[in-house]
Design a protein around this ligand. Structure first.
Ligand code: 4GX
Length: 262
């Protein structure tokens, strides 16, 4: 995957490029990350990239000419690239979109500032608008890094342990299970015994239940839009029975049918 970020602040990508999985993926030639400085394509002594909006009002708009020239330069580096604009109006980024994007040969990530870019660039040059969430930032650089990081770690070989991405939250539509490491006693608490048992079948069962309970408690919306496996349904039914038993034990006779009707 070839990433090219268009930005007026290319320095923001320096430490991103130099650490962790992104760095390893660059060193291993799994991805490349280049920046194109939009200001290099602005004219005049001051190389201005923004201007006042037609129609008046507050805020500034990114001028179309420097952006168009920067895009041309980026396309020359990656002719078949998909051009992505990071903006609050875009389609919401999620793990499924990360999986779709990882198969692209190259992406040009347009990082806007100010109130946005001239709409004529949007119409002519942008393939996909992506938002990382419903909040307002001051530029598309952090969203671009978020998209690049989420996509990079899905590229085979990018993670240390080859299979780790399959266990992450969302990879199977559930939140990840709980994790524990040494020491065995920490501030009076021990990890669940089953994790120390060496019984791999029981450990897998515990992890499934841990994933499910976390999802039910913290993100039940994830379950509403997903089909459940037989095993998951079995776990939920067992909990359901246990909960019903508790409720029954705490319900006085007749309390649940006030009119006496069953
Ligand atoms: N998810 N921002 C982009 C400037 C802008 C606005 C419109 C192009 C068109 C954001 C988000 C986000 C703030 C980045 C405004 N550029 N981007 N910027 N949330 O809030 O992606």
């Amino acid at each position: 995957m070839k990433f090219i970020a268009l930005t007026i602040f290319p320095e923001l990508f320096a430490s991103f490029r130099e650490h962790g999985i992104v760095r390893r993926a660059i060193e291993g030639d799994l991805i490349s990350l280049d920046t194109v400085n939009i200001r290099d394509f602005a004219s005049g002594k001051h190389r201005v990239t923004d201007d006042r909006p037609y129609g008046g009002g507050c805020g500034m708009v990114m001028k179309p000419e420097p952006l168009a020239a920067a895009l041309r330069a980026a396309r020359a580096m990656a002719p078949s690239a998909t051009t992505v604009l990071l903006c609050p109006q875009g389609r919401r980024f999620d793990q499924a979109m990360a999986h779709t994007l990882k198969s692209l040969p190259s992406m040009i990530l347009v990082c806007g500032r100010y109130e946005g870019i001239d709409d004529r660039i949007l119409h002519d040059s942008i393939d996909l608008e992506v938002s990382i969430g419903d909040y307002v930032l001051t530029g598309g650089e952090l969203p671009a890094m978020i998209v690049m990081e989420a996509v990079t770690r899905l590229i085979p070989g990018a993670l240390g342990g080859e299979l780790s991405a399959d266990h992450d939250s969302f990879s199977n539509g559930l939140l990840d299970c709980g994790h524990f490491t040494r020491p065995p006693q920490f501030e009076g608490q021990s990890p669940p015994e089953v994790l120390l048992s060496g019984n791999h079948r029981e450990i897998e069962q515990w992890r499934l239940e841990s994933s499910l309970i976390r999802t039910v408690l913290k993100r039940i919306d994830l379950l509403e839009n997903r089909t459940l496996s037989r095993q998951e349904i079995e776990v939920l039914k067992t909990w359901h029975k246990d909960i019903e038993k508790i409720i029954r034990a705490h319900t006085p006779p007749g309390a649940d049918s006030p009119s006496g009707v069953k």
